[in-house]
Ligand binder design. Structure first.
Ligand code: ATP
Ligand code: MG
Length: 571
């Protein structure tokens, strides 16, 4: 392909809204153009990458036995009402009406439509297992579209759905997708880690997100170097250190005038924050509950919601705090009057805790020498893992130390159970001709996000460094003297020889200075650059350099040896 024939426009300036390198580079190198907030046009170079990622996804889905379909983006509201998500999806789902007043959603995902589809096709256990997938545009009214393709309003997703006869059978479908995901990301040249993720109402260990580690990632992940445990911070748990049995002095009330926050009280009393009890009043589905964690820890609201079995938890407003405890926030604590019916739930880190300081449920007062077992009336079953894990916490699996890293979620595999199949009465007949509900799994990959994640993981100060598998062109031939017939001849024969081997080649035939060509080739990030020019040809041949190597690794070879040298560098 001749560069001069392509709509390639590199930009000198960074786009004003780019906060991360991959966004900046992708726009500057001419892969995408912003159409509006969270909406992008894929230019010819971007389209080539997107297509290559899609090809890899398709091949691996097919290899894993999934069957490709494509479902409508415009989805009738009735489907979403059947599952209850017409309401629960809230403002994140785009909605519209046709001229007849019928309402529709622009598909943010497709569990409803696929369940209704398979429910209508599958009759017998003989038709199962079945996994279907599509690569289709999805729409989400994100609160904050940003980072280019990473969080956009319209994005390309591969979504797959498995249907099985039983929970056990569904495990096998899940495993097959899990393995396919590992292969997909590896083939895209990405280092992506599977991390345990929150399973919502389903429970169990069957939800993994695939994350690409990057400082710009929006998700926190707890990692254990020791055993490889990796979990999303929403889900990660820790091993609690043992508490000392030493008896503690009698409980004592101390005035702490004006000191409200843990930091203020800690400074006032000269005691570290960890010795405090953080006591917060939450409202869970309309009911107040006190949540206690160590003073230097934060409540994990996802864990709290699951533990309480609540649909929604949120911090109580000041009036509710006062009504529930008799004190204002900042003076609240777990030693409550005998007649109080307020439920108190505590993080496991407070089990057997002694010598703590907590609010006294009396404004401007705290209690010291608190012994949880002795002084607080907390039910055994109300101790649970309720905190967000942090750097240095102990791994529950191996006892090693965990570190917190940032990640970009590129994929998600999830065992859904019968949540949707029950709602849609998607049943099959077993071998006794009884109706049974199918068991489902869902599996997503952000195809467009993956494309950008490759850039985020693989770039330098000069531009993108594409892995060969998804590069727009694998080889860029910089033709320095497009007016010299001998140089043109060498460039053309190299191009066809490489193309015959299935390698994508672009020939930079523009009437530009060498410096401009080299800069653009580096910015766009072709894996191999070949320089063909009059001077080089007369003194030894063509210059070959891999994008990821530095100048010193450049080799000059006679044109006849160039193909072999290029192929070996692409491998
Ligand atoms: P996130 O937590 O990042 O919002 P999600 O968990 O809501 O993502 P899923 O419903 O699991 O996303 O969707 C499957 C995949 O689609 C994600 O793993 C991600 O790669 C991609 N994805 C989700 N939202 C967006 C978006 N707004 N822009 C681009 N890709 C997205
Ligand atoms: Mg997800």
């Amino acid at each position: 392909m001749k560069w001069s024939k392509l709509l390639i426009q590199t930009l000198r300036e960074d786009p004003g809204d780019a906060e991360i390198d991959s966004h900046r580079l992708m726009v500057r190198a001419g892969f995408v153009r912003k159409a509006s907030g969270g909406l992008y046009t894929y230019l010819p170079l971007g389209m080539r990458v997107l297509n290559k990622v899609q090809r890899i996804v398709r091949e691996e889905m097919d290899r894993a036995g999934a069957q490709e379909i494509v479902m409508p983006i415009l989805q009738p509201s009735e489907l979403w009402k059947t599952s209850g998500r017409w309401d629960s999806m809230g403002p994140g789902m785009f909605r519209l009406e046709d001229r007849g007043g019928h309402s529709f959603a622009l598909s943010p995902t497709a569990e409803e439509m696929v369940t209704s589809l398979l429910g209508g096709i599958v009759n017998s256990y003989r038709q199962l297992p079945a996994t279907v997938y599509q690569i289709q545009w999805k729409f989400r009214d994100e609160i904050r579209p940003r980072f280019g393709l990473m969080r956009s309003k319209e994005f390309l997703m591969k979504d797959a759905y498995s249907f099985d006869v039983s929970l056990d059978a569904a495990d096998a479908s899940y495993e097959a997708m899990f393995e396919a995901y590992k292969r997909i990301f590896e083939r895209c040249g990405l280092k992506a880690y599977p991390v345990e993720a929150d399973t919502g109402d389903i429970g169990g260990k069957f939800s993994h997100e695939f994350h690409v580690l990057a400082d710009s990632g929006e998700d926190g992940i707890a990692f254990c170097e020791g055993c490889g445990y990796a979990a999303n911070l929403e889900k990660a748990s820790r091993k609690v250190s043992a508490r000392s049995d030493a008896p503690c002095a009698e409980i004592e009330m101390v005035p702490t005038p004006g000191a409200k926050t843990i930091d203020e009280v800690s400074a006032f009393m000269g005691v570290p924050a960890a010795a405090f009890v953080k006591s917060l009043i939450y409202v869970a589905d309309g009911k107040c509950v006190m949540v206690c964690v160590e003073g230097d820890r934060d409540v994990n609201e996802v864990k709290l919601r699951h533990f309480l079995g609540a649909k929604k938890v949120e911090l109580a407003d000041p009036a509710a705090v006062l009504a529930a405890t008799g004190a204002n926030a900042g003076s609240v604590g777990p030693v409550k009057p005998a007649d109080s019916s307020l439920r108190i739930v505590c993080d496991l880190g407070l089990k057997g805790a002694k010598g703590c300081i907590a609010g006294a449920n009396k404004d401007d007062h705290h209690i010291k020498n608190l012994d949880f077992d002795r002084d607080c009336n907390i039910t055994e079953g109300d101790y649970a893992d309720l905190v967000i894990v942090r750097d240095g916490d102990i791994c529950a699996t191996c006892g090693g130390k965990m570190t917190i890293r940032r990640g970009i979620e590129v994929g998600h595999v999830f065992k859904l159970g019968t949540k949707y199949t029950s709602a849609f009465k998607a049943v099959y007949k077993n071998d006794s001709l009884e109706d049974r509900v199918m068991v489902m799994g869902c599996y997503g990959i952000g195809v467009s996000r993956t494309m950008q994640a490759v850039i985020e993981q693989s770039h330098d100060a000069n531009g993108i460094i594409w892995p060969s598998s998804v590069a727009p062109y694998q080889v860029c031939i910089c033709l320095l003297d497009p007016d010299d017939p001998a140089a043109v001849e060498v460039a053309q024969s190299l191009e066809s020889a490489l193309e015959e081997k299935g390698i994508d080649v672009i020939v930079d035939d523009r009437a530009e200075r060498p410096g401009v060509k080299f800069k653009d080739a580096d910015l766009i990030g072709f894996p191999v650059r070949v320089v063909v020019g009059t001077r080089g040809l007369s003194s030894g041949g063509v210059e070959i350099k891999r994008r990821r190597d530095d100048k010193s690794a450049t080799v000059t070879v006679p044109p006849a040896e160039a193909v072999e040298a290029i192929v070996s560098r692409l491998a």
